[in-house]
Design a protein around this ligand. Structure first.
Ligand code: PGA
Length: 254
């Protein structure tokens, strides 16, 4: 039987950019550009304050909306945090978890991610789990060890039935926001490795899981990266802030 095709996912990680007004003006420009796209899934990931406005603006389109983080508890004494049910109430579809900036600057751990992933699914959010090695780790030949450890620990509590529904973004830290993109060979090898780690736990999930590449994806390199057999989309930072650039990355996938 033929394997079901994995629909490419292009996610715009806006990080701490765009006010509500800036988000509205971006969407007014982007949505007509991507209105005819059916072959790829598009997700916008704004900062919390713009989520509700982006959900409302995208409601009549196929564009989905993701948050950039969440707490694992449904509620509680966690000042400054946001829970999955709060995001679901706003109409948010998914959530980025474990972005390297969260790991690096805000102490995000694999153990916390192992609690967040099931909580996201339980609330009805589709998670995008981020993994990736630092430059020093790559230079030391530790890329596969790092990816295996992040995936093994982060996915430890997730039931096999959910594994295939996950999107996993492979983002080499040295390529994020640096203008240095992984070569197609590096991206393919790492994304295939991520898939293989999932596949070792559950063969069917390995075939179904969407593995995205992230790290300085731009209109100029999107085509060659998105053509790779184990790359099922992209998590785009800087280039996703510009509607024309992001639409052209979407077009490369579709
Ligand atoms: P970048 O960011 O495209 O600006 O490198 C990617 C990311 O951090 O998700």
């Amino acid at each position: 039987m033929a394997e079901p095709a994995r629909k490419p996912l292009l996610a715009a990680n806006w990080k701490m950019h765009k006010t509500v007004a800036e988000a509205q003006s971006f969407l007014a420009d982007l949505l007509p550009r991507v209105a005819a796209v059916e072959a790829a899934e598009i997700a916008i990931c704004p900062a919390y304050p713009a989520l509700a406005a982006v959900v409302e603006h995208c409601a009549s389109s196929r564009v989905r909306v993701c948050a950039q983080n969440m707490h694992e508890a449904a509620d509680g004494a966690f000042t400054g945090e946001v829970s999955a049910p709060m995001l679901v109430e706003l109409g948010v579809d998914g959530v980025i978890l474990g972005h390297s900036e969260r790991r690096q600057y805000f102490g995000e751990t694999d153990a916390a991610l192992a609690r967040k992933l099931p909580a996201a699914f339980a609330a009805g959010l589709a998670p995008i789990l981020c993994v990736g090695e630092s430059e020093a780790q790559r230079d030391a030949g530790e890329t596969e060890r790092v990816l295996r450890e992040q995936l093994t620990a982060g996915l430890a509590t997730l039931e096999n039935g959910r594994l295939g529904e996950l999107a996993i973004a492979y983002e080499p830290i040295w390529a994020i926001g640096t203008g240095r993109t992984a070569t197609p060979e590096q991206a393919q090898d790492a994304c295939a490795f991520v898939r293989a780690v999932v596949g070792r736990r559950d063969d069917a999930a390995g075939n179904r899981v969407r593995v995205l590449y992230g790290g300085s994806v731009k209109p100029e390199n999107a085509g060659e990266l998105l053509d790779l057999p184990d790359v099922d989309g992209a998590l785009v930072g800087g280039a996703s802030l510009d509607p024309e650039a992001f639409a052209s990355i979407v077009a490369a996938a579709a």
